[in-house]
Design a protein around this ligand. Structure first.
Ligand code: FEH
Ligand code: ZN
Ligand code: ZN
Length: 359
């Protein structure tokens, strides 16, 4: 360990609040790479972690939160690969074994050794059982997990690694062409949903219909290019189906995952359509034939995304095709940002910046 110190927002006990504290700055060994963090996004999954009871997750406290990270390479271990010292990067968040077939293809989000890994390494990745990037520095196991971002603003870059990548992977999951004449529905226009609307408008010609329970989220949906946005009402399924010309949506992206959102999604889905469930809202669906699901329905439960997809998301942002709505906080403002996130008050994505000048 070096004598230098670094601040970090840490979960120090199960059921306790995130705590801003100071630690010795880690020294990278082997393949490890140390970053100076420039920005870290907040996610609803952080709240699930913070609220977890002891034994509820395969993680060991204490650890630093933050799985949506952008920064600059500060120091590399002797066997490090990838970006050089001084290069600006984002961190691919799901840290797999790096050796299985999925990891070899850059799909560490679907690492074949995940359950063992969670136990062996006590963590899914940055800020998820392993020390994350809601801190001055973050130690990344390998340079294979870093994607260069050039001069992209860090506050814009950090949310691409989770909100952006997860939304992009969800859209890429759909087999049918999202082309002229096709309609898709986005349920939930928050940190992920607003980027899904922007990604759909930037990469497809489908009609995008959005639903959210908050008026300000409908305004955000419009700003992101949604063709129509509405609050959920008793006749919303009829209204949405009418806007699809009666056939229904070729894909529904549910970023809420509640009983109500899943029921609405099924009610507006076209026969042979894709129900893409991203949100962890605790809702359940009954899969039965015959049943409520239209014939030919494909259900997917995508998780995060792949390294090649993260490169494509960064490229979209660098060419100006993908802009993140952010609320910016100093690192010391993380507790306030978490409370706003918990209250559903954040517009877009909350991002903390470890900027001593503003802390
Ligand atoms: C992370 C860990 C576990 C569940 C879900 C997540 C998402 O926030 C990743 O996008
Ligand atoms: Zn997340
Ligand atoms: Zn693996």
């Amino acid at each position: 360990m070096s004598t230098a110190r670094a601040r970090a927002v840490r979960l120090t006990r199960w059921g306790g609040p995130p705590v801003l504290t100071e630690l010795p700055r880690p020294v990278p060994t082997g393949e490890e790479v140390l970053l100076r963090v420039e920005a870290a996004g907040l996610c609803r999954s952080d709240l699930h972690v913070i609220d977890a009871a002891a034994g509820g997750l395969p993680y060991r406290v204490p650890f630093t939160l933050g799985h949506e990270v952008a920064g600059r390479v500060l120091e590399r271990g002797p066997r490090a690969v990838g970006p050089a010292v001084g290069e600006r990067v984002v961190v691919y968040g799901p840290w797999g074994c790096g050796r299985c077939a999925h990891c070899g293809a850059g799909a560490e989000n679907y690492c074949d050794r995940r359950p063992d890994l969670d136990r062996e390494l006590a963590g899914t990745g940055a800020g998820l059982g392993r020390d994350g990037g809601m801190a001055d520095t973050v130690l990344v196991p390998s340079g294979r997990l870093l994607v260069p971002v050039g001069d992209l603003d860090a506050v814009q870059a950090a949310p691409l690694t989770d909100a952006g990548l997860t939304a992009y992977h969800a859209v890429a999951t759909v087999g049918a062409p999202l082309a002229d004449g096709a309609s898709v529905v986005v349920l939930g226009v928050g940190g992920l949903g607003h980027l899904a609307v922007r990604i759909l408008r930037a990469t497809t010609t489908a009609q995008v219909l959005a639903v959210d329970v908050r008026e300000e989220a409908l305004t955000l949906a419009d700003a992101c290019g949604a063709h129509f946005a509405t609050l959920p009402r008793p006749d919303t399924a009829r209204v949405l189906r009418a806007r699809t010309g009666g056939t229904g949506a070729v894909a529904v992206f549910d970023f809420v995952g509640s009983r109500a959102s899943l029921e609405l999604g099924v009610a507006v889905l076209r026969a042979g359509g894709d129900l893409v469930v991203v949100g962890s809202g605790g809702g359940e669906l009954t899969v039965r034939k015959p049943g409520a699901l239209p014939p030919g329905t494909r259900i997917s439960l995508p998780f995060w995304g792949t390294v090649p997809e993260l490169r494509r998301v960064v490229a979209l942002a660098r060419e100006g095709a993908l802009r993140v709505e952010v609320e910016r906080y100093p690192l010391s403002g993380a507790p306030e940002a978490f409370e706003r996130l918990r209250a559903g008050a954040v517009r877009g994505r909350a991002v903390v910046v470890p900027d001593r000048a503003s802390d």
